[in-house]
Write a protein that binds this ligand. Structure first.
Ligand code: GRF
Length: 211
């Protein structure tokens, strides 16, 4: 069975969805860059080892990333799952965990990379928005896409209502994607593209957020 660490910065609802999905993955650690991250207590209550690596105590990104890599290597994890982890990781860190580092982003990439994605979507006037799970590469929010889910944007949506609709789908596609990677059905190929195991058939799930 593969092992994983989940990296968070805040409330950790995506972390919860991964833990509660009963994936064929042993969750060895939850690591936060913020001591006050709400998700830490939830994980600890469930007997998952938690670690804080406070980024404010590191002089630069390289120093923080080195401490993080040491922690993850020490825990001996195969997969590193970013779940609302709000730090940009350096290229050496990303390269070290190539093909094992996965992120969830609250937009239909390549639209709306970066922060405030729901505000960006509302400002752009798109009628379809959503979320993306992707392998992390040194290009911010630019790695090969594993799965996406779409939701409609309604005329009276606010950032909060739209975020809630997208978040519900994040909780569906993140566990689904991690399962595919953990089972070896989806890998990051040497050419930098998604590679699927021979015989893997294409499936589409229509995600309907309401009736
Ligand atoms: C999620 O929308 C995630 O995609 C984004 O930040 C939010 C974190 O939420 N990067 P949570 O901490 O997983 O509840």
């Amino acid at each position: 069975m593969k092992s994983a660490a989940i990296l968070i910065s805040g409330r950790g609802s995506n972390m919860r969805s991964l833990v509660e999905a009963n994936l064929p993955v042993s969750i060895r650690r939850v690591v936060s860059n913020r001591p006050g991250a709400g998700g830490l207590a939830w994980a600890a209550e469930r007997g998952i080892e938690t670690t804080v690596i406070d980024h404010t105590r590191h002089p630069d990104r390289s120093s923080f990333d080195a401490a993080l890599a040491l922690e993850l290597d020490g825990a001996g994890v195969d997969l590193v799952l970013l779940a609302g982890f709000m730090r940009v990781l350096t290229a050496p860190f990303v390269d070290r965990f190539r093909g094992r580092l996965i992120n969830i982003h609250p937009s239909l990439l390549p639209a709306f990379p970066g922060l405030h994605t729901h505000r960006q979507a509302l400002d752009a006037g798109v009628r379809v928005h959503g979320c993306t799970v992707h392998f992390v590469t040194p290009t911010l929010d630019g790695g090969p896409i594993i799965a996406q889910a779409a939701v409609p944007v309604l005329p009276d949506d606010t950032e909060d209502t739209l975020a809630a609709r997208v978040l519900a789908q994040e909780h569906v596609i993140y566990p689904l994607s991690v399962r595919l990677v953990a089972e070896g059905k989806v890998t990051l190929g040497a050419d930098g593209r998604i590679s699927t195991r021979a015989g893997t058939s294409a499936t589409a799930r229509l995600v309907v957020p309401w009736e």
